[in-house]
Design a protein around this ligand. Structure first.
Ligand code: XLS
Ligand code: NI
Ligand code: NI
Length: 448
């Protein structure tokens, strides 16, 4: 048996972490605290907590046992013990989850249906279990003030989804997935979730030898329309989000990256209804930077929310580590804030401990360290925005486009013939200018 087995005493900490100030260092007596995360501090006109909108995810922290392809459960959470009553275990898990939220003072959480309640013999039974846990959540949320950033349905673990959910060759699987999403979307609405997420875990394929790609895309489009129609029917005010990921579990995922998802949304006339949930590690796996995906989503009008984690520079899979790179996170937050902030979105720690981190308190440490890093990065982003030098150099670089020629080109006032004539007259003499990348990189470092 692990040392701490009953839910309220699962962690050794009793009092919630607090803001300790910039001089604070972890000590044996007080190993955990916030050096930067000061929820009430005003940053660019909003409380820090409201700028960052942190969420703890249920799946990595409470559902995953520490397994990898070569070995099983390392964490031995008491609610995973074999032979236990699954519903009692789900309740214990929820107690520990809300205890972690309290200790961290985190304002939001996220879940899949299968994380929170046991799967039953039929879908009706499974859905009922989810709803029972939903009632438990409603009470706990009321008591704690913790809110739901988003809910989602797990349409990828069960073998019925091995060939996809909406993109399955069998319409009965499509119907099954629809029934599951309806249940979680209804629950998310009842719990006043800020968003609903669809990650197309198995919406993709391994080989075209057994896959009709066009049909599968049409099925996915139809599925998304059903979700949007249902959202409006029940009056859910949150945002529907698709989470792009380029590979894993399938070789070709249809929701490859922000550009691909946007193209899909446009083709199926969904671009006004659905936005994206961008995950740092997924951006890297797609061959992009995190900032690229953020800024592109903003440019296309589909920026929604963030799954905040980090990949490994050597490993080509979704390692889902807690963020720990100040310049990277600072630039991401700079772009998020510069483009208007998070709106209904948040920073969801879709991040898991390394499987050797088996002490319950490691769960507190992983999140607390990540929250503090993000808070520190937010303060860096604030300096970047208040100083304005980064924005100013962009303005200068595109200066010509705000002038007479640039404006009239964009307004469609010139044909190719016109422009050729202008150049022939010899009045234009474009001069190359330095891109100054090194200067700008040093500028970024000056804010750190
Ligand atoms: C997997 C995804 C998943 C989604 C939720 O790689 O990140 O965890 O965030 O289904
Ligand atoms: Ni994710
Ligand atoms: Ni992921």
């Amino acid at each position: 048996m692990p040392k701490h087995s009953s839910a309220p005493n699962y962690f050794s900490l009793r009092e919630p972490l607090r803001y300790e100030g910039p001089k604070w260092k972890p000590s044996n007596k007080r190993p955990l605290g916030y050096r930067w995360y000061d929820p009430d501090r005003k940053v660019l006109g909003k409380r820090m907590e409201d700028q960052l909108r942190f969420a703890v995810c249920y799946w990595h922290s409470f559902a995953w046992p520490g397994s990898d392809p070569f070995g099983g459960d390392t964490f031995q959470r008491p609610w995973h013990a074999t032979g236990g009553d699954p519903m009692a275990q789900a309740l214990q898990k929820a107690d520990v989850a809300f205890e972690l939220f309290r200790l961290l003072r985190v304002p939001f959480f996220t879940f899949h249906d299968r994380d929170i309640a046991p799967e039953g013999a039929t879908l009706a039974e499974s859905n009922a279990n989810v709803r029972r846990m939903g009632e438990v959540f409603a009470r706990k949320m009321q008591d704690s003030g913790v809110n739901l950033l988003w809910g989602t349905a797990n349409l990828f673990s069960n073998r019925r989804y091995m060939a996809g959910a909406a993109t399955n060759p069998d319409p009965e699987v499509f119907a099954y997935a629809a029934a599951q999403v309806k249940n979680v979307l209804d629950l998310t609405h009842e719990l006043r979730g800020a968003n609903y997420v669809l990650w197309g875990g198995r919406e993709g394929y391994e080989t075209l030898l057994n896959t009709d790609l066009k049909r599968e895309l049409d099925q996915l489009g139809r599925f998304m329309h059903l979700v949007v129609e249902h959202k409006h029917r029940i009056g859910f005010k949150g945002t529907i989000l698709i989470e792009p990921k380029p590979g894993e579990p399938t070789k070709h995922q249809y929701d490859y990256d922000v550009a691909t998802v946007h193209g899909f949304l446009r083709s199926y006339r969904l671009e006004r209804e659905i936005k994206v949930n961008i995950e740092q590690n997924h951006a890297l796996l797609a061959g992009h930077t995190f900032e690229h995906e953020i800024v592109l989503a903003q440019a296309l009008g589909v920026f929604g929310s963030i799954d905040m984690n980090r990949g490994d520079e050597q490993l080509g899979w979704d390692t889902d580590q807690f963020p720990n790179n100040l310049p990277q996170v600072a630039l991401a937050l700079y772009h998020i804030l510069h483009g208007g902030g998070l709106a209904t979105g948040g920073l969801n720690f879709d991040a898991k401990l390394r499987r050797q981190s088996i002490d319950p308190d490691d769960l507190v440490a992983g999140h607390a360290g990540a929250m503090d890093l993000c808070a520190r990065a937010l303060l860096v982003a604030e300096k970047m925005i208040e100083d304005g030098a980064l924005a100013e150099q962009l303005r200068q670089r595109y200066y010509g486009w705000d002038g007479k020629l640039g404006k009239s080109i964009l307004a469609g006032k010139h044909s190719l013939d016109d422009l050729a004539a202008l150049v022939d007259k010899g009045t234009l003499e474009p001069q190359p200018h330095s891109g100054r990348q090194e200067v700008l990189e040093a500028l970024v470092n000056s804010y750190l």
